[in-house]
Design a binder for this molecule. Structure first.
Ligand SMILES: Nc1ncnc2c1ncn2[C@@H]1O[C@H](COP(=O)(O)OP(=O)(O)O)[C@@H](O)[C@H]1O
Ligand SMILES: [Mg+2]
Length: 278
C-alpha cells in the first residue's frame, strides 16, 4: 500500500531549485524535498496501568518522513503511545525502534497546552528546546530562525502572557522545531484553538513538515484534520491498530473535497461502530 504513495514523492521545488530534475517532476504535490526523519518500527508493544491494559499489541512501521495521524476514542491509548515513542514512559513488552543513530534531541513532542515559561521572553522559551545546545554560540540565531519559521520573529522580546492562544502554540512549535527534530509527535496540539486559528495552524504544520522532512505523528480527535494533514490515518481500538487508512490525495489539499470528505466519513464510521460495540 505504501508503494503507491511513495512513487508520487518528493516535490515542492522552490523556483530556485527547478533544475534539480528528479524532484521537479512532482513539484506540485508539496511533499518534503529532503527527508530528515527517522523511520519508526513498533512490534508487539504492550502497556498497562495496573489492571488497565491500554495497548495490547501494537505493530507498526512508519517510513522516514511520513506524516501519520492517530485517531481513536478518548482513553484508547493515543497519548500513551506517543509518550512511549518519545521515551517519556516505559514499555511493558515489545519494542520501539527509531534506528541506531537516534539521540534524545531527535524526538520532540508538542502538547495541547503550550507549556511556556511565563517568566521567560518568547525567544528564551524557544531556546529551551535546544536542550544542552542552549549554551552554544548560535543558540540565539537558531531560536530566531525557528521563530521566523512560525511567523513570529517580531514577538521575540514579548512575554508569553501577551500572546494569543494561537501565537502561544506557534511559540511551542518553534521550541519543538529549534533542535531540528527527526521525529515530531503532536498530541492534539490544536485542540484548544478556535476553528480559524486551527486551520491556519494546520497549514503551518504541513508547511514545516514539508520544509524540514521530519517524521510526523499527530494525535487528533478531529478526523477532518487527520485527513487534511496526514499521509496515513491509524485508528486505535481496543489497544490495537484496527484500521490503517492511506490518504493519497495530492497536496496542497483542498479541504472539503469529495475525496477527503469521503475518507473522513469512512474513518468516522469506523470510530462510531467501535463505539457502538462498547
Ligand atoms: N500515568 C497513568 N497512570 C494510570 N493510568 C493512566 C496513565 N496514563 C494514562 N492512563 C490511562 O490509560 C488510558 C489511556 O490513556 P491515554 O493514552 O491518555 O488516552 P487517549 O490519549 O487516547 O485519550 C486511560 O484509561 C487512562 O486513564
Ligand atoms: Mg490523549
Amino acid at each position: 500500500m505504501q508503494t503507491a504513495l511513495r512513487t508520487s514523492l518528493p516535490e515542492i521545488e522552490p523556483a530556485g531549485r527547478a533544475n534539480f530534475v528528479p524532484h521537479a517532476r512532482v513539484a506540485r504535490e508539496e511533499r518534503p524535498v529532503h527527508v530528515s526523519g527517522l523511520p519508526l518500527g513498533i512490534r508487539g508493544l504492550r502497556k498497562s496501568f495496573g489492571d488497565n491494559e491500554v495497548l495490547r499489541g501494537i505493530d507498526l512501521h512508519i517510513p522516514a518522513g511520513q506524516f501519520v495521524a492517530i485517531v481513536g476514542k478518548s482513553g484508547c491509548g493515543k497519548s500513551t503511545l506517543l509518550r512511549l515513542v518519545a521515551g517519556l514512559e516505559k514499555i511493558d513488552a515489545g519494542s520501539i525502534s527509531l534506528g541506531d543513530e537516534v539521540q534524545a534531541e531527535d524526538i520532540r513532542v508538542m502538547f495541547q497546552e503550550p507549556r511556556l515559561l511565563p517568566w521567560a521572553r518568547v525567544l528564551s522559551n524557544v531556546e529551551v528546546g535546544l536542550g544542552r545546545d542552549r549554551a552554544s554560540d548560535d543558540a540565539h540565531a537558531r531560536a530566531e530562525e525557528a521563530l521566523t519559521e512560525v511567523g513570529l520573529a517580531d514577538k521575540r522580546d514579548q512575554w508569553p502572557s501577551v500572546l494569543s492562544g494561537g501565537q502561544k502554540q506557534r511559540v511551542a512549535l518553534a521550541r519543538a522545531l529549534v533542535s531540528r527534530p527527526r521525529v515530531l509527535a503532536f498530541d492534539e496540539p490544536l485542540g484548544a484553538l478556535d476553528a480559524l486559528t486551527r486551520i491556519s495552524m494546520q497549514r503551518l504544520l504541513e508547511r514545516v513538515w514539508r520544509d524540514q522532512g521530519f517524521t510526523a505523528i499527530l494525535v487528533t480527535h478531529d478526523v477532518s484534520e487527520a485527513v487534511a494533514l496526514a499521509d496515513r490515518v491509524l485508528v486505535i481500538e481496543e489497544g490495537r491498530i484496527a484500521h490503517d487508512v492511506l490518504v493519497n490525495a495530492a497536496r496542497p489539499r483542498a479541504r472539503g473535497s469529495v475525496e477527503l470528505t469521503g475518507l473522513e466519513g469512512s474513518i468516522l464510521s469506523h470510530l462510531l461502530s467501535a463505539d457502538d460495540r462498547t
